[in-house]
Design a protein around this ligand. Structure first.
Ligand code: FRU
Length: 326
C-alpha cells in the first residue's frame, strides 16, 4: 500500500462526447477527489477502435498502475487488453467488454437483462398483432450484441409482437436518422421501437416527425440520464415513452480500482441494477436525482469549510512557531 497515494490510473474511454460518458466522468472525478495525489490519465478514442488501441499502447509506455477501459468494439480491443493484463497490470472493464475473460474486474449493468426488460416492457404494453423496429448500437460493441439478444428473448412470450425491421444506428443520432430515411416506406406500419440508447431513440422520434407521421409508435430507449437533454427529460416531454436505466458505473470503477491497488478484497463482477422508467415513475426518478445533486453540493460546501478551517489552523501554527523561535 503506497502511503501518500501516487497511483497512476489509466482510463481509456471509447468516446467521451456524449452525455452518458460525460456523466460517467463526473462520477469518476467525484470519487477520485477522495484520493488526493492520484495521477489520472484519461483518453478519448472518439469512436475509433484503432485510435483506442494506440492510446492504450501509449499509456503502457507512460507507465500505469491500473487500466480502466470501455472497449469501443469487443474483438479489435481484445489483444491489447490481454497484453496489458498479461503484463501484470490490473484491468477493469467498464460498460463495454472485450471478447476475452482476461480482466481483473468488470463494472456495469447486465446488457442482456436490459434488452430483456425492454422486450418484456414492450410486450406487455402492446395489444394485438404488432410490428417492432429495433435500432441497434454499433455492430461488434458488446452492449449492442447483448441488448439485441436479450430483447429477442424478452419478446418470446409475446407471439403477437414481431420484430419487423432491424437497423444499426451505431449509438449515434445522425446514423440513426440516415438509416430511418433509407427504410422510410416501412415506418408507417411500425407500432413500437426499441432503440439501444436514448440518443438513437430521440433520432427515431425526429425521423417520424420529419415524415409527418403521427407519432403512434411507442419508443423505448436505454440510459435514462437525468438533466438537460437526458432520457428522463425526454420521457417527461413525451419525446420517448420509456427508457431502461443504464448506470454509468464511474464511481464503482474508481472504488474498485483502489481496492485492487490497495490489495483489499474486491468483487470480480460488479453488476449494477437497472429498471424501466416511463411516465409512471419519471417524476420519482427526477426527485431522487435532485436529492443526490443537493447532497453533492452539501459535500462540496463542507469541503470548502474544512479547507478554510485548515487554513486558519495553519496560520495559527505559524504564529506559534514564531513565538517559540523568538
Ligand atoms: C454512450 C453509449 C450509451 C450506451 C453505451 C453502450 O457512449 O452509447 O448511450 O448505453 O454507450 O456502451
Amino acid at each position: 500500500k503506497k502511503e501518500l497515494a501516487t497511483y497512476k490510473i489509466g482510463f481509456s474511454q471509447c468516446v467521451g462526447s456524449d452525455l452518458w460518458r460525460k456523466t460517467m466522468l463526473e462520477e469518476v472525478k467525484i470519487e477520485l477527489s477522495l484520493h488526493p495525489g492520484t495521477k489520472f490519465i484519461y483518453t478519448d478514442a472518439q469512436n475509433s477502435s484503432s485510435r483506442q488501441i494506440a492510446q492504450v499502447k501509449k499509456m503502457l509506455k507512460q507507465g500505469i498502475d491500473i487500466l480502466i477501459i470501455s472497449p469501443n468494439e469487443a474483438q479489435p480491443l481484445t489483444e491489447i487488453v490481454e497484453e496489458v493484463y498479461n503484463k501484470g497490470i490490473p484491468v477493469i472493464i467498464i460498460d463495454r467488454k472485450t471478447a476475452s475473460t482476461l480482466y481483473t474486474a468488470y463494472v456495469g449493468a447486465d446488457n442482456y437483462q436490459l434488452g430483456k426488460m425492454a422486450g418484456e416492457y414492450l410486450g406487455s404494453t402492446l395489444k394485438g398483432k404488432t410490428s417492432v423496429l429495433e435500432v441497434m448500437g454499433l455492430p461488434g460493441s458488446s452492449p449492442a450484441i447483448e441488448r439485441d439478444r436479450g430483447f429477442r428473448d424478452g419478446l418470446k412470450q409475446f407471439p403477437d409482437v414481431r420484430i419487423a425491421t432491424k437497423v444499426y444506428g451505431d449509438w449515434l443520432k445522425p446514423n440513426t436518422r440516415r438509416q430511418l430515411a433509407r427504410i422510410k416506406n416501412e415506418l408507417p406500419k411500425i407500432d413500437a421501437v426499441f432503440a439501444h440508447n436514448d440518443v438513437m431513440a430521440s433520432g427515431v422520434s425526429e425521423s417520424f416527425k420529419a415524415l409527418h407521421q403521427p407519432l403512434k409508435a411507442r419508443i423505448v430507449g436505454v440510459d435514462a440520464l437525468p438533466g438537460q437533454g437526458g432520457g428522463l427529460q425526454m420521457i417527461a416531454n413525451k419525446v420517448i415513452d420509456a427508457s431502461v436505466l443504464y448506470p454509468t458505473g464511474g464511481k464503482e470503477a474508481i472504488a474498485t480500482a483502489f481496492k485492487i491497488l490497495n490489495n483489499e478484497p474486491f468483487a470480480r463482477e460488479n453488476i449494477l441494477k437497472s429498471l424501466v422508467i416511463d411516465s409512471a415513475n419519471v417524476q420519482l426518478m427526477n426527485l431522487q436525482w435532485d436529492k443526490v445533486q443537493n447532497q453533492q453540493k452539501d459535500i462540496e460546501r463542507q469541503q470548502t469549510l474544512i479547507a478554510e478551517q485548515q487554513n486558519i489552523y495553519n496560520n495559527q501554527q505559524i504564529v506559534l512557531d514564531v513565538i517559540v523561535i523568538a
